[in-house]
Design a protein around this ligand. Structure first.
Ligand SMILES: NC(=O)c1ccc[n+]([C@@H]2O[C@H](COP(=O)([O-])OP(=O)(O)OC[C@H]3O[C@@H](n4cnc5c(N)ncnc54)[C@H](OP(=O)(O)O)[C@@H]3O)[C@@H](O)[C@H]2O)c1
Length: 334
């Protein structure tokens, strides 16, 4: 049986290019004792994965040259020698950009058979949604009445942040790129205060106009320039949640924008905290329960942007850095 996989052909220089990735075909080994074989139906592309393509240790090890590109997956168990999994089970895993995954079952979970579509296990109920939930509530220590500024608000994480903040009684100011995404945030997601950062002449002035009393929580998905711009607008005791750096991932460390408005940390007793969603793995079950309820009650909406065809993976990934995705970007393999 053959498996197709995308491997790292060379380390990207700046924004990744299609030939940084190489499609390879291999023969799948015979299933060993305790192992299972999964056919991946959905594979994710994630902006944060860019960091693992450099030869730098981040919170994950760098992908070696020739290594499979990481990604979250949802698939169907084809064969199982593991008593915990049976043929036909849907499982969420991290097999990366390949058609099949072979595993001993560790790090894999069975996706419940309804009420949510299986794709949500790596979307709103996967790492993006959990990142929003714990980043906002635990890292950002959100309180009722806070003003929250969220960037990349039309993305999987950002959309969930905007809605969870509103559900918890916060005022939300959302920043996204382009009229279509901003309109959707207003009309479908119900955020009144939305800023198109690509369309305004002065982003700081636009934020100040929508949050005249300042910001309690900045949930930042974008990077240093955004944090620096927001610092003077933070309120006393404000929290900056450093979730992601999509504007900075492709810039070498020596050329990344710096943060200079640091005196605000002293004058306004600010805190800035980074985190990784897996830090909260022990609490995922609680979040799944609450978030599933919100979704079923229509209080937490999500958008998936699904491209069909395994070959589309590199293009979909590269598109993230140009704002081409609109919601959680997934590849439907079969
Ligand atoms: N800490 C964690 O555990 C954790 C876990 C998951 C994800 N994350 C991070 O969370 C963030 C959001 O993730 P996501 O999966 O929901 O992806 P996402 O927000 O959909 O990321 C892609 C979007 O980023 C925006 N973008 C791209 N280049 C930009 C630039 N130069 N300036 C401003 N915006 C830019 C684009 O939206 P526009 O069209 O609006 O510009 C694009 O559609 C990412 O930074 C990711 O790395 C962190």
């Amino acid at each position: 049986m053959k498996n197709r996989k995308f491997v790292l052909a060379r380390r990207p220089d700046g924004t990744p290019r299609p030939d940084d990735f190489r499609l390879e075909t291999e023969e799948l080994p015979t299933l060993g004792e305790g192992q299972l074989l999964v056919r991946n139906q959905f594979i994710s592309v994630d902006p944060g994965m860019r960091a693992a393509l450099d030869d730098v240790v981040s919170y994950t090890q760098p992908v070696p040259l020739g290594g499979v590109i990481p990604g979250a997956t949802v698939g169907v168990v084809e064969t199982s020698n593991n008593p915990k999994f049976k043929k036909g089970d849907f499982v969420a895993a991290g097999f990366g950009w390949q058609e099949y995954g072979l595993s001993d079952g560790r790090g894999i979970r069975i996706v419940p058979d309804g009420p949510m579509p299986s794709s949500t296990a790596i979307g709103v109920l996967g790492i993006p949604g959990l990142t929003a939930y714990f980043g906002l509530l635990s890292v950002g220590r959100l309180k009722e009445g806070d003003t929250v500024l969220v960037t990349s608000a039309a993305g999987a994480v950002g959309t969930a942040v905007a809605q969870i903040a509103a559900l918890k009684g916060a005022k939300v100011v959302a920043v996204a790129g382009g009229a279509e995404k901003c309109q959707w945030l207003r009309d479908e997601i119900g955020v009144a205060d939305v800023i198109d950062y690509r369309g305004v002449p002065d982003l700081a002035a636009a934020i100040a106009a929508m949050a005249p009393d300042g910001i309690d929580v900045l949930f930042d998905n974008v990077g240093n320039a955004m944090i620096d711009l927001t610092l003077p607008m933070m309120r006393q005791g404000g929290r900056i949640v450093v979730c992601g750096q999509v504007a900075d991932y492709n810039i070498p460390a020596s050329r990344k924008p710096g943060i200079v408005n640091t005196s605000a940390f002293i004058s306004h007793r600010l805190t800035m905290s980074g985190f990784v969603a897996f830090d909260y793995a022990r609490e995922f079950r609680t979040a799944w329960g609450e978030m599933t309820d919100w979704i079923l009650e229509g209080k937490l909406k999500y958008r998936e942007d699904i491209a069909e065809g395994f070959e589309k993976l590199p293009e979909a990934f590269i598109g993230l850095f140009g704002g081409k995705n609109f919601g959680r970007k997934l590849i439907l393999v079969f």
